[in-house]
Design a protein around this ligand. Structure first.
Ligand SMILES: NC(=O)c1ccc[n+]([C@@H]2O[C@H](COP(=O)([O-])OP(=O)(O)OC[C@H]3O[C@@H](n4cnc5c(N)ncnc54)[C@H](OP(=O)(O)O)[C@@H]3O)[C@@H](O)[C@H]2O)c1
Length: 250
């Protein structure tokens, strides 16, 4: 397995992105961290550089919905680190609202951020990887990509189903090249999106969640449900759950 030294993570200012940055810093990798809350990125970068003086950590303010900026910032990171060996498309949000209740604004923002902006990040990363003739693309989708779901999660699940398909198509496009693609389908992991995990079935705390994500990424598998237990087993059952039962959770 190739050691991917320079790793770009979007959405690194909190939650899963921050957790993966901490895990990779401890493994001696160089980091390029992006998000809108750049103050949080700078605090994290200072902490990681102090704890692991051998690594380089660079940060940039980035709103992934500004697609030109996505391409510009990824290229700046590449120049700064010399190469990008792995890009983790992680920035996302779960702000959706019940369909037809006057909150298309929230559903549009969810679809734009989790699908269109993630597609822009995939384009930018793969463009760089094609020139380098090497690289590992990681797309953070969701367990909920597997089904249409009701309630506040309808737009979220649809955005994740869309980006999973986009990532799979990209992976097949790049078969027989040195460029690898992994799609992650996390279950419930503690983060700003899921602050109170006590009521969420199968949820894990932030640190074991980040460890499980990094383990799956390092395997460079095509697709992983994370943490494996219980989400890999549930992924086999979820397609058969009757709509009437899903409705109760909406
Ligand atoms: N936690 C879970 O259980 C879970 C499960 C399945 C999938 N996921 C996925 O994991 C990813 C990370 O979510 P999380 O749970 O860690 O939530 P989180 O703590 O809310 O983190 C979301 C991250 O995305 C960034 N972000 C959001 N909108 C952005 C934008 N327009 N431009 C740039 N960055 C943006 C945020 O940074 P700024 O606000 O600073 O920009 C933040 O760093 C998401 O794609 C989410 O769908 C999470």
């Amino acid at each position: 397995m190739v050691l991917r030294k320079n790793i770009l993570i979007t959405g690194a200012s909190s939650g899963l992105g921050e957790g993966m940055a901490r895990q990779y810093a401890a493994r001696g990798r160089n980091l390029a961290l992006a998000a809108r809350r750049v103050d949080r990125l700078e605090t994290l970068a200072a902490e990681l550089k102090k704890a692991y003086p051998g690594i380089t950590v660079v940060t940039r303010k980035l709103d992934v919905n500004d697609h030109d900026q996505v391409f510009a910032v990824f290229e700046e990171f590449r120049e700064e680190l010399g190469s990008l060996d792995r890009v983790i498309v992680n920035a996302g949000l779960g702000k959706g609202q019940r369909i037809g209740t006057g909150r298309f604004d929230a559903n549009r923002e969810t679809l734009q951020t989790n699908f269109l902006a993630a597609a822009a990040q995939i384009e930018a990363a793969v463009g760089i990887f094609r020139k380098q003739k090497d690289g590992h693309l990681v797309v953070v989708s969701s367990f909920l990509a597997l089904r249409g779901v009701p309630g506040n999660a309808t737009a979220y699940a649809a955005s994740k189903a869309g980006i999973s398909s986009f990532a799979e198509g990209t992976r097949i496009e790049l078969l027989k090249t040195p460029i690898k693609v992994t799609t992650l389908h996390p279950g419930f992991i503690e983060s700003e999106m899921n602050e109170d995990i006590s009521k969420l079935p199968g949820a894990v705390r932030a640190e074991p969640g980040a460890q499980a994500l990094v383990k799956a990424i390092e395997s460079e598998t095509a697709k992983a449900f994370v943490p494996t237990w219980p989400w890999s087993v549930l992924s086999k059952l979820f397609p058969f759950v009757p709509a009437s039962m899903l409705k109760k959770f909406g």
